[in-house]
Design a protein around this ligand. Structure first.
Ligand code: ADP
Ligand code: ZN
Length: 592
């Protein structure tokens, strides 16, 4: 049976081999055994239920929480030549009716529905008349109140399955793996002695790094300039920050779009589509964006602020590199981020135990931002509880740290003594003004122009001084306290610098180098044209990894093209010749 599954996967999806875990999960399903599969984002869960649907005789129902996700998956299946549909509240009545009729005729191998649909009489009648062989529950953690997106309708699934003509095999899929959630899934979905598969959480193709005390805005701009045309997401903590950053980037010639809960539904959808369809390469968003976004060719995820815990971070960062091609995940840490997260916990309505747990998780996140050790190991230890991991992964920001260090002890001493003189009662702006020697009204009014530290850093710009303050706060030489307008005080490491002259070193990052690849760019262009013609997002036509392989292997005929991972028979027939022509043209022009 597994062999048949492998053949189907190659034929329809063009993947020559299963990824880690997929074979076992699929085998269990084909043997008629329920399964709970916990796999990180991007590991390839969809294949685990789509491939069995091609082997089973009856139809496969997929319960999925998000309308956008359903449409995306159905589009992708369509281009691969697999008959599938979705039924949800976004459809017009006539369209819904048409799909229900076709479903009743047995036209589809897969039908996607939202859980609320299980309460709908018409649909229930249809489902009971169908031969449902397999019920796949995507984002299965939604059944648990412990999860971050509890959906009461998920609790109806068990009863629904029991009421079908024959009880189908049930497969539950999620990326969230805490013990409580796993227990809840098995219990509430009434899985029958399920196989529980928990895959490794490592995402080998992702490069993680943390930067502390950077001028974040400038860093982001530099990064985007070096990575033009690459698609990526920048997460910021608040709506205000998203708007500010997006406007600033646009003003600096970067094409980007934005997304947050404060925008109208219409604007959000337009913005999301512009990103998914590769009309705009960069998305600036709050964490409201991304759930159910399947875009596989996201090349980087930058965090402009530190998220509230490692779970959120790994989920958001994990949206990079779903296609298996390299993805870069950079977290820009600032001391203010910690204040912001603490503020949010304080403002929450959580009960005391929950609040304590949120604080603990926040501390782990802060520890991640400061560890000098391997970041991948840190993440995997946290999620897998595995102590036997190699000390170094060799491919994270800490394992490959080649940045140079500069000695900023003297500047640091000047900043620290100024903060000391201001008695920890003022914010970074005032400290910077005094050090710069700005005798403005406020400074004069308080008599700070007479301080011995006034103008001590007059050779620096105010922004440079603020960056330095930020860096010192990040490293614990200074401390920020207070809510909306934090004040700067001396931190726990200040005394050693002021009294014992301890050295303060600041890393200087190297500028990112731009990547140039003419054929890859032309292939992307062609993919975009075809996607426009077919009305689907470009990554559904071919993944970046597939285009990358084409640009490296330069196939000259259909047989060679079919060998490339991601090229299945239907796609070969539909798009193969156009891509071959372009590759031939390019190969012919090379060296001329
Ligand atoms: P998940 O749902 O676990 O986040 P997806 O199902 O979206 O992950 O899969 C992530 C990407 O990996 C998709 O682009 C998918 O087509 C690709 N993929 C899945 N399985 C394989 C495989 N066996 N070989 C190559 N690519 C695969
Ligand atoms: Zn490492």
């Amino acid at each position: 049976m597994l062999e048949k599954a492998g053949e189907m996967m190659l034929k329809y999806f063009g993947y020559p081999s299963f990824r880690q875990g997929q074979a076992g999960v699929i085998e269990s399903i084909l043997n008629g055994r329920d399964i709970l599969a916990v796999m990180p984002t991007g590991a390839g869960k969809s294949v685990c239920y789509q491939v069995p649907s091609l082997v089973f005789n009856g139809v496969t129902l997929v319960i999925s929480p998000l309308i956008a996700l359903m449409k995306d998956q159905v589009d992708a299946l369509g281009t691969a030549g697999i008959p599938a549909t979705f039924i949800n509240s976004a459809l017009r009545v006539s369209e819904e009716k048409r799909r229900l009729e076709r479903a009743a005729r047995g036209d589809y191998r897969l039908i996607y529905v939202a859980p609320e649909r299980l309460e709908n009489e018409t649909f229930l009648r249809l489902a009971q008349s169908l031969d449902v062989a397999f019920l796949a529950v995507d984002e299965a953690h939604c059944v648990s109140q412990w999860g971050h997106d509890f959906r009461p309708s998920y609790r109806r699934i068990a009863q629904f399955a029991a009421g079908l003509a024959r009880r189908p095999v049930i497969g539950a899929f999620t990326a969230t793996a805490t013990e409580e959630i796993k227990k809840d899934i098995v219990h509430f979905l009434a899985l029958r002695s399920p196989t529980v598969y928990v895959s490794g959480f490592d995402r080998e193709n992702l490069f993680f790094s943390v930067l502390r005390g950077e001028n974040k805005k400038e860093y982001v701009l530099d990064y985007l300039q070096a990575n033009r045309h690459q698609s990526g997401i920048i997460y910021a903590a608040t709506r205000k920050e998203v708007d500010m950053l997006a406007q600033w980037l646009e003003a600096n010639g970067i094409s980007c779009t934005s997304y947050h809960a404060g925008m109208t539904e219409k604007k959000r959808t337009a913005s999301q589509e512009a990103f998914i369809y590769d009309d705009v390469p960069v998305m600036v968003a709050t964490n409201a964006f991304g759930m159910g976004i399947d875009k596989s060719n996201v090349r980087f995820v930058l965090h402009y602020n530190m998220p509230k815990n490692l779970e959120s971070y790994y989920q958001e960062a994990g949206r990079a590199g779903r296609d298996g091609e390299p993805g870069e995940c950079i977290l820009l840490f600032g001391a203010q981020d910690v204040l912001m997260q603490k503020f949010l916990i304080e403002q929450s309505v959580y009960a005391p135990e929950r609040r304590a747990s949120e604080y603990r998780k926040l501390q782990t996140m802060v520890d991640y931002c400061h560890t000098p050790r391997c970041l991948r190991r840190f993440i995997l230890q946290y999620f897998e509880g595995n102590e036997d991991l190699p000390q170094r992964c060799g491919s994270c920001g800490n394992c490959c740290d080649d940045s140079e260090e500069t000695d900023v002890t003297v500047e640091a001493q000047k900043v620290l003594s100024c903060v000391y003189r201001l008695k920890g009662r003022f914010g970074a702006g005032m400290v910077a003004d005094v050090l710069k020697g700005n005798a403005n009204k406020k400074v004069r009014g308080l008599g700070f122009n007479k301080l011995s530290t006034f103008g001590l850093l007059s050779d620096y710009t105010v922004q440079e001084i603020k960056d330095l303050i930020n860096f010192l706060a990040t490293e614990g030489y200074l401390a920020l306290t207070g809510g909306k307008y934090p004040v700067v005080r001396l931190g726990s490491r200040a005394a050693a610098v002021l009294r014992q002259g301890e050295q303060v070193l600041k890393k200087r990052r190297k500028k990112a180098a731009a990547r140039d690849d003419a054929l890859f760019e032309s292939l992307r262009q062609l993919r975009k044209e075809i996607a426009g013609r077919e009305g689907v997002p470009p990554y559904i036509i071919f993944a970046d990894s597939t285009l990358r392989a084409m640009s490296e292997l330069l196939p000259v005929n259909r047989a060679q093209l079919l060998k490339i991972s991601g090229v299945g028979e239907v796609k070969l027939a539909k798009y193969g010749d156009e891509f071959l022509q372009l590759i031939q043209y390019y190969a012919g022009n090379r060296g001329k």
